[in-house]
Structures are given as structure tokens and as C-alpha cells.
Ligand binder design. Structure first.
Ligand code: NCD
Length: 309
């Protein structure tokens, strides 16, 4: 049976580590956090969260920090590795062994694919992966699921397109793996070069009903959710490929004329060119509301791994 005790002391590294029951428990806990996000709480009073951000971040870092503050806890950390001893050549494992003396939970973002696992192995306190290179971004997947469940009342039964950079985009890796636990139909929409990573395909095969396509327009009338993503410029080995593919999917109001009335458009943000600002005021736009769910989900995760519930 899954209960709060199942999460105490646990790392949140990959969506591969969580069952449907566990995911649903986290989502229910996040829903329970919604009133606390408004009025504040002292559930985590006296506890300290370290936020170690080795890569640019706006939403993930600030929502983790805000979540900790809303639960009465405190935050230390850095958003720029140049100011830490990493700049002197300290290893990630040694940085983690240091920071665990000063905090009760570590949230981290890092450009390396293995960083989250290395940190979790080095730490005796819970580590929460806030993005590990192109590999995974599990807390984003959980907030995406919470957004979908809140907007649609269900996740099961939906037809969902993940579109854009499915090779380098870590949010879609975690989301696809999470969705294998639900009864959904998925389209993976990308240019040929940016098709879904093979290790994700291997992990969902047999559990998720998916189709790969390059054609978003053709499937649009079927979709309940379009999850658009940024083409990950910083991860392209060849800048010429980025230039060629950067505007593969431009969603504007005219494009959305072919969508169901209640189709919801999501995006982990930041957007570059994927969604025209004209879409923002349409009933399809869910991407700004989506960010708020980061608070509920991260409050839930912090409270759970710190054993406060
Ligand atoms: C994403 C990320 O960092 O992976 N941003 C986020 O956390 N909301 C998406 C991106 O950078 O494209």
C-alpha cells in the first residue's frame, strides 16, 4: 500500500522509479497542498532546502524555493555555479557531501545526464532532480500530470501529442515514461532528427499506445492535449541542424482552428517561437496556469520526502 511513509527519505530522480499508485498519491497530495499554497503553513518550519542550479532556470528553481517558503522552511543555494567551489574544480560528489551538512533536502539542476544519480548516490539526504541534462525532469512531469488532471478531470482516456524536440527535451522523456502508467493514446510529433530517445521508447514499449509522426496538423482534430516543447538549442552538436529545425512547429491561432474546442495547449516554458502570443488569450492556452501547478507538486514532494505528512 502506498502512503506518506512510502516517500520519506526518498530521492526523486526518474519517473521510471514510480508506480501509478505512487504517482497518483503524489498528485492527490499536491491537490491537498492547494489551500496551503494560498494561506501558507509551518509544516516544514526549521527545515532547510538547498537549491543547486548549475544550469539556467526560472520556473523550476523559483517554484522550488517558493514551495519551501510557503511550507515555512528556508532555502540556501546558488543559481550560478561560478560562485561555488565547483569553479575551483570540486567534484559534484564532494559538493553534495558538503551541502548535505547544511540542508535537509537537495534540489538540483545540472547539464550532465548522470548528475542526478551521482548526487543521489553521494547524498544521505533526499535529492530531487530539477533537470539532469537531456535525460529527465521528473518534477516537471508530475506538475504536467497535475495540470492535465485538474483541467480535464482525468488523465485516462485522453489523446495527447508530445511535440517538438523529443530527442533532447528532458520534460517529454519524463512525461512519456509517466504516461505509460495511464490509459492514454500518445502521438510523438517531431522532425525525423529529433525523434523520441531510444531509451524512452524501450521503457514505454508495450505499456503506452504511441505513434510517431512529423505531422501535427494532420492529427490535430483528434487531440485533447498538445504538449509543445522548445527545440533545445544548447544541446545540438551541430548548430546548422538547430537553424534548420528551430521553427518546425509554429502554433498560432489560425493553426488551432483545426483543433477540438476544448483542446488544451501545454508547454513547460520557456517558449521561443513555438506558440504565438496571439494564442495566449484563447481558451486553448493552459501553459501559464500549468506553472502554478509546479508550486502544488513541489510543496507535496518536499513535504513527502521530508516525512512531514
Ligand atoms: C524546461 C527544462 O529546463 O527542461 N523548462 C522547465 O523546467 N520548465 C524546458 C526547456 O528548457 O525547454
Amino acid at each position: 500500500m502506498v502512503d506518506s511513509a512510502s516517500f520519506k527519505g526518498r530521492d526523486i530522480i526518474s519517473m521510471r522509479d514510480f508506480s501509478r499508485e505512487e504517482i497518483d498519491f503524489i498528485l492527490d497530495t499536491a491537490t491537498g497542498m492547494m489551500p496551503l499554497a494560498e494561506k501558507g503553513s509551518d509544516l516544514l518550519k526549521g527545515r532547510v532546502m538547498a537549491a543547486l542550479f548549475f544550469e539556467p532556470s526560472t520556473r523550476t528553481r523559483l517554484s522550488f524555493e517558493s514551495s519551501m517558503c510557503r511550507l515555512g522552511g528556508s532555502v540556501i543555494g546558488f543559481a550560478e555555479p561560478k560562485v561555488s567551489s565547483v569553479a575551483k574544480g570540486e567534484s559534484l560528489a564532494d559538493t553534495i557531501r558538503t551541502v548535505e551538512n547544511y540542508s535537509d533536502v537537495i534540489t538540483m539542476r545540472h547539464p550532465s545526464e548522470d548528475a542526478a544519480k551521482i548526487a543521489a548516490d553521494a547524498a544521505s539526504i533526499p535529492v530531487i532532480n530539477g533537470g539532469s541534462g537531456p535525460w529527465e525532469h521528473p518534477t516537471q512531469a508530475l506538475l504536467d500530470l497535475h495540470t492535465i488532471r485538474t483541467a480535464k478531470g482525468t488523465i485516462d482516456g485522453l489523446t495527447i501529442a508530445l511535440a517538438g524536440d523529443l530527442l533532447y527535451g528532458r520534460t517529454v522523456h519524463s512525461l512519456a515514461v509517466a504516461l505509460r502508467n495511464y490509459d492514454v493514446r500518445c502521438y510523438f510529433v517531431s522532425p525525423e532528427l529529433l525523434r523520441m530517445r531510444q531509451d524512452v521508447i524501450d521503457d514505454i514499449e508495450g505499456n503506452l499506445d504511441y505513434t510517431e509522426t512529423e505531422d501535427l496538423r494532420g492529427i490535430l482534430p483528434e487531440l485533447d492535449i498538445v504538449y509543445a516543447t522548445r527545440i533545445q538549442k544548447e544541446r545540438f552538436p551541430d548548430p546548422a541542424d538547430y537553424e534548420r529545425l528551430k521553427d518546425s512547429y509554429l502554433i498560432d491561432e489560425a493553426f488551432l482552428a483545426g483543433a477540438k474546442k476544448d483542446m488544451k495547449l501545454m508547454h513547460p516554458l520557456p517558449r521561443v517561437n513555438e506558440i504565438a502570443t496571439g494564442v495566449d488569450a484563447t481558451p486553448h492556452a493552459l501553459y501559464f496556469k500549468q506553472m502554478r501547478h509546479g508550486i502544488y507538486v513541489r510543496m507535496a514532494l518536499l513535504a513527502l520526502v521530508l516525512g512531514a505528512l
